[in-house]
Design a protein. Structure first.
Length: 217
């Protein structure tokens, strides 16, 4: 993406902070995660008391954006479907469209479907994961760099203000979907030239409004 952006499956690690567990987090057998701070040697997150459970993670449903876009060979088939599912959601689509409700050919979903998505064999010299021209719409090209495949979910903590955490860690597919959604916002003209801090702030909005991952203090 133009400025770096850095289902949850198998083992889901949760943090149980005394007297802070909210009942809603316990629904559906999910692990409460109140202060994801740093991984220990086992890969769990360790500030207070750690336990791990087997989980399948969030279910985005089968309705979504329908047929895949054809970009799955570049971004990953699971990422492609996740992006389309999220762009079919009103709140996420409105974020990518800059607060507007845009339908038809100019919608964020159709801009992504009809844009060109290519892979660069060489890394971006600026360290980005992907790039797209601002305001190019479906005539633009999203270029994906090798860093896109190697950015771990833990890098998300670099986007957070000090002394904050997330209610859960994104999966690798969600991290990649965040990158693709960010670039779709560039194609839409929602994101222009921005600082790394502005990029981080927008990515946190994508996590919240598109992927249901919330920042906590």
């Amino acid at each position: 993406m133009t400025d770096q952006t850095r289902s949850w499956k198998g083992r889901a690690c949760g943090v149980l902070a005394a007297a802070t567990v909210a009942a809603g987090v316990l629904a559906a057998g999910a692990a409460p995660a109140h202060a994801l701070i740093r991984p220990d040697a086992s890969g769990c997150w360790d500030p207070v008391e750690i336990y791990c459970i087997e989980g399948t993670g969030p279910d985005y449903g089968g309705g979504g954006g329908g047929f895949q876009s054809g970009h799955g060979g570049v971004v990953g088939a699971d990422v492609d479907q996740l992006v389309l599912d999220r762009l079919a959601d009103f709140d996420c689509s409105q974020l990518i469209a800059g607060g507007l409700n845009i339908t038809g050919a100019a919608s964020p979903e159709n801009v992504y479907r009809n844009a060109t998505v290519v892979r660069s064999p060489t890394p971006d010299p600026e360290g980005g994961l992907a790039k797209a021209p601002v305001g190019a719409g479906s005539g633009g090209t999203i270029t994906v760099y090798p860093q896109y495949d190697t950015e771990p979910p833990e890098e998300i903590f670099g986007y957070l203000p000090p002394h904050t955490g997330l209610d859960r860690l994104p999966s690798p597919a969600e991290m990649k979907a965040m990158t693709v959604l960010h670039e779709d916002a560039h194609l839409m003209g929602t994101l222009g030239t921005h600082t790394q801090e502005q990029s981080n702030q927008f990515n946190l909005q994508i996590l919240t409004r598109c992927l249901g991952i919330n920042k906590i203090n």
